[in-house]
Design a protein around this ligand. Structure first.
Ligand SMILES: Cc1cc2nc3c(=O)[nH]c(=O)nc-3n(C[C@H](O)[C@H](O)[C@H](O)COP(=O)(O)O)c2cc1C
Length: 366
């Protein structure tokens, strides 16, 4: 069905032709195959079911074992994982879709059980005062406290930049159409940006230019493999949880946005609301971002079709990402186009488990 809604105007994103402005937001679902955190055919089916999105952003995907903080999240550092992702991208492309991978390093949002040397890394040895989901040897998943991380050395920083570079190269081999760097939600890149989590006194701390340095190095490394026109970043300026309430974050993000503009980055993806941490984004920030950064802007966080159309029509975003609505509605664009009712999602089956609450949500059947 044709629709006059701005949600259904096509858009060019770097080399990608998107048929609509609807993005499937990145969502961790913790269903990779064990051992090895390997993407599988069930995941291929889940993503292919949602291929009518203008763009799919994969669930957050660790660039290394050190970068993992939650059980069963699929990685992109082993050959087995690259082969698994190839099956996913093939299925999405066969269904007519486009998909980028969200590259992730959790930093201090981790747990000893994931860490090769038992201790998570961070810009500084400061606790996030938060929890991560870990499946124990008894097979039961629990929320557990994040331990105190150790401060990264400059060699550690270089190694992580190298892990992002290798992951981006792997993403291209796995057939992704691009790469989204996870720079939000209190994970490693975000930890470098904020004075609350970054107490470094070297070239990576104190001033705004120093706090954005690590993110710029990661972006440059990823872009060198994926192409800058296929590289985007997710940022979450307004979160406060996880000890992230930094008083300097807005000027820091705007300074970073200027550098990303100069680099020619394809898009900035704003995570506005994550779970219950749902700050309202002031319009003045949206305008400032548009003035500073000329690439595409994606917004996400509790949007419905009406709010999404309004922000597109105001010119304050180019694309809108939907998370939870896509879980229960694999045919979300068709439902929005025809103004059909949406199915409710089952929160109990979000993380881990099997096809139930994952690939068994149907298309609209009247
Ligand atoms: C089950 C679940 C998993 C999520 N995992 C991720 C993730 O891996 N990476 C990320 O950047 N955001 C993640 N998010 C946040 C979503 O991308 C999105 O920003 C958020 O759900 C708000 O959008 P919504 O109201 O449309 O769901 C997750 C959200 C949910 C509900």
């Amino acid at each position: 069905m044709m629709s006059t809604s701005s949600l259904f105007h096509p858009l060019q994103l770097g080399p990608l032709q998107l048929p609509n402005r609807i993005v499937m937001a990145p969502m961790t679902r913790s269903r990779s195959s064990q051992p090895g955190d390997v993407p599988n055919d069930l995941m291929a089916r889940y993503y292919a079911q949602r291929a009518s999105a203008g763009l799919i952003v994969s669930e957050a995907t660790p660039v290394s074992r050190q970068g993992q903080g939650y059980s069963f999240t699929p990685g992109i550092y082993s050959e087995e994982q690259v082969a698994g992702w190839r099956r996913v991208t093939d299925a999405v492309h066969a269904a007519g879709g486009r998909m980028v991978v969200q590259l992730w390093h959790v930093g201090r949002m981790s747990h000893a059980s994931f860490q090769p040397d038992g201790v998570p890394v961070a810009p500084s040895a400061l606790s996030p005062d938060a929890q991560v989901w870990v499946v124990g040897e008894d097979g039961v998943g629990r929320m557990v406290d994040c331990p105190l991380p150790r401060a990264m050395t400059v060699d550690d920083i270089r190694a992580v930049v190298g892990d992002f570079r290798r992951a981006a190269a792997n993403a291209m081999r796995a057939g992704f159409d691009g790469v989204e760097i996870h720079g939000g939600n209190g994970y490693l890149l975000d930890q470098f940006l904020r004075t609350t989590s970054n107490h470094r006194t070297d070239d990576y701390g104190r001033s705004i230019a120093n706090r954005t340095r690590f993110v710029e190095e990661v972006v440059a490394a990823v872009a060198s493999e994926a192409g800058v026109e296929r590289t985007g970043i997710r940022l979450a300026p307004f979160i406060t949880q996880r000890n992230m309430n930094c008083p300097e974050i807005i000027p820091t993000i705007l300074s970073l946005a200027k550098k990303l503009d100069e680099m020619g980055l394809a898009y900035i993806h704003l995570a506005e609301a994550d779970w219950d941490d749902a700050p309202a984004i002031p319009e003045v920030f949206r305008h400032a971002l548009r003035q500073t950064y000329k690439g595409r802007v994606i917004v996400a966080g509790k949007y419905d079709a009406g709010r999404a159309e309004r922000i597109l029509n105001q010119g304050l975003a180019d694309l809108v990402a939907f998370g939870r609505p896509f879980v229960a509605n694999p045919d979300l664009p068709a439902r929005y186009a025809a103004k059909l009712p949406l199915a409710e999602l089952d929160p109990q089956s979000l993380f881990g488990g099997d096809a139930r609450g994952y690939t068994d949500y149907g298309v609209y059947a009247g």
